[in-house]
Design a protein around this ligand. Sequence first.
Ligand code: BGC
Length: 753
Amino acid sequence: MTETDRPLTLAEKARLTSGHDTWTSSAAPGVPSFRMADGPHGLRVHADRGDHLGLQGSLPATCFPPAVTLGSAWDPGLAERVGAAIAREAKAAGVDVVLGPGINIKRSPLCGRNFEYFSEDPLVAAEMGAALVRGLQGAGVGASLKHFAANNQETDRLRVSADIDERPLREIYLRAFERVVRRARPWTVMSSYNALNGVPVSENRWLLTEVLREEWGFDGVVVSDWGAVHDRVEALAAGLDLQMPSTQGRGDREIEQAVARGELDEAVLDRSVARITALARRAAASRAPDTDPGHDGHHALAREVAARGTVLLKNDGPVLPLDPAAGPVAVVGELARTPVLQGGGSARVEPVRVETALDHLRERLGAAWAGFAPGYPLAGASGAGRGGAEPIADAVRLAASARTTLVFLGPGPAEESEGFDRDHLDLPAPQTELLEAVLEAAERVVVVLSNGGTVRVTPWADRVDALVEAWLPGQAGGAGLADVLLGDAEPSGRLTETVPLRLEDVPSHLNFPGEEGRVRYGEGIFVGYRGYDARDLPVAFPFGHGLSYTAFAYSGLSVRREGEEVRAALTVANTGDRPGREVVQLYTAGPADSGVARPVRELRAFTGVTLAPGERREVELAVPVGDLAYYSIRDAGWRVEPGTYRFEAGASSRDIRLSADLDLDGGPDRELTAESTLAEWRAHPAGGPLLTEALSTAGDAAERTRRLLADPSVRRIAEQMSLAAIAAIPGSPITEEDLEKLVERLHADGGAD
Ligand code: BGC
């Protein structure tokens, strides 16, 4: 027997289940070590071990626009290309697993890590996340889908328990994870810091084993977030394979002792070791250290993503694209010169190089260039305070001399980060003061926002001519933004989250960020647009919104069922005089008489279509019938209700252009018992007629009951009562014996479900 194929000792096996150091796994005879690095929008890898938090001193890598920007492109193909590019840089740096994508739901715009996440909607998060996983893994580098699960805030993130009822948990917070796990099969899933319904996620067997592995079929490695394990033995038993980073052997010894004492079945350890071994061998087999990182090509891709993720929220006039022949253009705002490329924390990438919007605009506007004024100091930026003694007055003078003034605004580099949440949505006061002053003096004002989470755009948005949401743009963002402003790229980004009018309108507002270690997700399934729509609240800009420099017309929506899918087809035409890309969104509503609370509409599919002026094309979108289910807590499972569903095609959640109804027969009817209500019996296709038949033989009692039920309020009370409760009433038209026979007959006829 050679050293590499002898069985591993207990100590060797235990050692494999924790990190060797901050970034690598441990090795054992026959099991190589593998290297991990953040993620998610570029590589954060250290030449040596870096500082002990691993936050500083990483090597230069392409800083792609973070998820907030990439997600706004609504283009899984683009995300896949970014994944492949990051994989290439990872290979060149000897990294086997990239710690991303992050696909948590944006429950509140205040979450400090929203820049790292895709959307308030699970379908968008899942489609973009799955594409990144495919891109990475298609190039032979593992992904780590994170942060599983319900890590929707940074406040108290290491301890807080997200208290979520099972329906919203399944329909909103686990849904994207389920889709990515089933469809893209990530090599690893990262367990989050927080607790879920009172149980720390890293020790949550229900989540890590029953749901993730047994229901969804995950066969990869569960890795802890860095430092997320409290009880190593509990965590292993719950299904957490790999503890990161190293604990200098402490966790391993606890495992050994638990096995020796008979408190932990060695088979549990063996299962984790087998999974880690498979991953380590897979990683070793796809290494290619001589890979060229491809920085130049990736810079061009980062520029493309920045342009594609820019969302044109408003464009009166239209003032955009800028026409240099129309007169001088002034640029105001320190952020044009000192861009905030990304948010802070573990996702922070050291860019290879940086292009600013200021440099690009100055160069490309030529004779139309009117000048630059910083307007405000940028707290936390290098170069802070460079505004001069009278920054606002300088900016106003400049704006007054120009035909168009671009005003760059955003929360700045110190406001958005892992590790803490924002506590308001407002822009810094010096910036709004600047904007007010510029609005007085300037002829035409275009505001360019740079932010990772939404900011409040009232009360000024009505008074600007154009509003451009550029998000956090990555290292080539200045070039990508200039491409859009000058019309060299067509804007086609769409909001993946609602821009609310006020923080108070946000559905989670009264329950964010919780207190005393618990945060109750009291808004249930009504997260994001589902919550604004359910309360019919006005918003600044709705989910899915984004303008183009051209216009699109929708026609001819048809929907049909084909096997286990609903297929929707419609025609989209470019009715303007520029090319453009429309993002067609398909929502569903209903069924109309649903037995549970339903959102007004929910996104079920989307697709992008690029059209030349005058061109028209038929697009088809498919929705698995199973996606129309709600999660029934009574059945402990997904349930497609029978009924009429409305399919809506639109350009945003509040710009529905076409709709069509489709009847679906749904899943099996719910099983009836004596505890089912009168209303449930009457509505049931087999139970209803049997009940009517039983009542028809009840003589006087039935007649008396009929008279009673003629009173609508009595009827409503009775409909809510179970047949068992009705049978227990003296003089009831149905006795307990009758009821027993009724249930027996229903089962004998096979009509119980
Ligand atoms: C973050 C993870 C990250 C890990 C390693 C943690 O603090 O939550 O997203 O991957 O650190 O840097």
